[in-house]
Design a protein around this ligand. Structure first.
Ligand SMILES: Nc1nc2c(c(=O)[nH]1)N[C@H]1C(S)=C(S)[C@@H](COP(=O)(O)O)O[C@H]1N2
Ligand SMILES: [Mo]
Length: 546
């Protein structure tokens, strides 16, 4: 591999950290990084896993290199064309105009071991996922189903289930894998894949995983927050999916480890992928409160199939009702702590800030760490901007989901006039209740009105919560959990209205299209004789006669 860290343009004016002091075998000479980089994969069979959490010195060294690169002191690590590809993909997402190559660059800067991981991750996605996904970011790969695909089935087909990554996709051999329990458990143990599958009661739950960034686009279009293309990825309304997850409850495994010590309050999950925060690499690490071990599944199957690499193979956590961020993929360690995880994904991200908190004043500790996902719903059909031809009723469909515990979606309502009047989805128009999963719904909404209409939806949960009215009501600096009433603007054409029917017939006669709406009408709406006739009959006078 023609890997190089050599920099041709080194500015001596900038001060940079000296990696020599950190590792003893690396130096910057005239801008050239020399010496072997120490970053190594941890064990055979664990491709894509570097144990950053055990190597604080490696983290510092990696940060020194990335800091230097950020100051323009190192030449580009990209192969010709790759950067452009990443950036181009990032421009395709809902908000557009974001950098798409920053995270590939981090990996490629850090030497031969990590250099190919971005490209490999894309190969894995191509192999495992549907071509119909809507891409949000090429690397770390993030993608969601289309609006048409997502509401076809209650159980999302695996290739269409959204993917949310913070880093590379590790490729871990089942035989090499083990899950290690540590910290404040009475009898720390390590469990092999074989044991996990055969030594404990197996449970399957139907559970929706929803990203806390779901519907973030709506907040971003209103006002951008901390717009990091990865951390605050611009999701539309499909960053969620439902699957039957099979595994062992976390409670069972903790019991196997002799239970928790008295002061244990949180359970920390370690994911094997590499993830960068402020130029510093780490593994993906977050935590959940201990009481969530009761319904959390340590899962090895998704819809009856072994987990794919993209979704966390061989084993992931599935934490029902919580934001997706807690459902750690490529899980290899669980540690009982007396406080929430201090790792950045827990303590510096997935925070909910107040309106008065922003770039001007925020501290991490000002935000609360998001646990349960609030009630939300969205209209998947018709689509924003669509022209809808109908006979007085418009068929609307979408999803509704609520997180939390002891909670489910009870009712969904749709308004054809921006929230003035609401029509409930009938019982036969909504899919069955689950403890932890969404409901898909369809309703025919009476719509005599024509022209541009503002359709909106809201759901109610079993605890009588519903959704905020405006995006602004829930706007927050990190743009999390957008759950205000979802709005779409449609152009309504009621073909039972005689004037509309006549216009459509006229257009048809001339083989002229009606759409797009904003393009001027392609035919004369009335002839001169008709117009003059109306004047003569006194129907059009500009001023009163007397
Ligand atoms: N190890 C690891 N686990 C992870 C993540 C990650 O980047 N790394 N992303 C989390 C987030 S933010 C979400 S929303 C879900 C998405 O799960 P999926 O990709 O299987 O849909 O995984 C979670 N688990
Ligand atoms: Mo997420």
């Amino acid at each position: 591999m023609d890997f190089t860290l050599a920099a041709k343009t080194f500015s001596t004016g900038n001060s940079i950290a000296k990696p020599t002091e950190l590792t003893g075998d690396l130096s910057f000479k005239e801008g050239v990084v020399e010496g072997a980089l120490p970053f190594k994969e941890t064990a055979a069979g664990w491709h894509g896993y570097i144990a950053w959490h055990d190597h604080p010195d490696w983290k510092e060294l990696a940060k020194a290199i990335l800091d230097a690169a950020q100051k323009g002191q190192l030449e580009s690590p990209f192969k010709p064309g790759q950067k452009a590809y990443d950036d181009q993909m990032a421009r395709c997402n809902a908000v557009g105009g974001i950098v798409g190559s920053r995270f590939s660059e981090y990996f490629m800067r850090l030497g031969p071991v990590l250099y190919d991981w971005p490209a490999e991750s894309w190969e894995t996605v191509k192999k495992e996922k549907s071509r119909n996904l809507q891409h949000v970011l090429s690397f770390p790969y993030n993608g969601e189903a289309t609006k048409d695909d997502i509401v076809k089935e209650v159980i999302t087909p695996n290739p269409l289930h959204f993917v949310r990554n913070h880093g590379n996709i590790p490729l871990i051999d089942v035989d090499a894998w083990s899950l290690e329990f540590g910290g404040l458990v009475n009898d720390p143990k390590s469990i092999t894949f074989g044991q996990l599958k055969s030594a404990f009661p197996i449970k399957t739950i139907t559970c929706t995983i929803a990203c806390s960034g779901l519907r973030r686009k709506e907040q971003q279009l209103e006002a951008l927050g901390d717009f990091d293309e990865l951390i605050n990825a611009p999701w539309t309304e499909q960053a969620l999916g439902t699957a039957k997850w099979t595994g062992v409850t976390l409670k069972t495994l903790i019991d196997y480890c002799g239970g928790l010590k008295e002061d244990a309050t949180d359970l920390e999950f370690y994911g094997a992928d590499t993830y960068f925060k402020r130029n510093k690499p780490d593994n993906y690490i977050v935590s959940i409160p201990v009481r969530k071990m009761e319904d959390t599944i340590i899962a090895f199957e998704m819809n009856g199939e072994p987990l794919t690499a993209t979704h966390g193979a061989p084993v992931r956590a599935v934490v029902p009702g919580y934001i997706g961020a807690r459902s750690v993929k490529w899980l290899f360690r669980i540690k009982a702590l007396s406080h929430p995880s201090l790792a950045p994904a827990q303590s510096e991200e997935y925070l909910y800030f107040t309106h008065q908190t922003g770039k001007h004043n925020y501290r991490w500790s000002d935000g609360f760490q998001i646990g349960g996902m609030p009630i939300s719903s969205a209209i998947m059909s018709p689509k924003n901007g669509e022209v809808v031809y109908h006979s007085g009723k418009i068929k609307v469909s979408g999803w509704a989901y609520t997180g939390g515990s002891d909670n489910w979606v009870e009712r969904v309502e749709v308004s054809p006039n921006g929230g003035a009047d609401w029509y409930a989805v009938p019982r036969e128009g909504i899919t069955q209740k689950y403890w932890h999963a969404w409901r898909l719904w369809t309703v025919e909404v009476p719509t005599p009105a024509q022209g541009y209409l503002d359709f909106t939806a809201r759901a109610w949960d079993a605890n009588m919560n519903t959704q905020p009215t405006l995006v602004r009501d829930g706007w927050n600096w990190d743009t999390h959990v957008t759950n205000s009433c979802h709005h779409i603007q449609i152009y309504s054409l009621n073909i039972t209205d005689p004037s509309t029917a006549a216009r459509l017939a006229l257009l048809h006669k001339h083989s002229a299209p009606f759409e797009p709406v904003h393009v001027p009408l392609a035919v004369e709406p009335e002839d001169e004789a008709e117009y003059l006739g109306r004047i003569e009959r006194g129907e059009l006078g500009r001023e009163p006669v007397e």
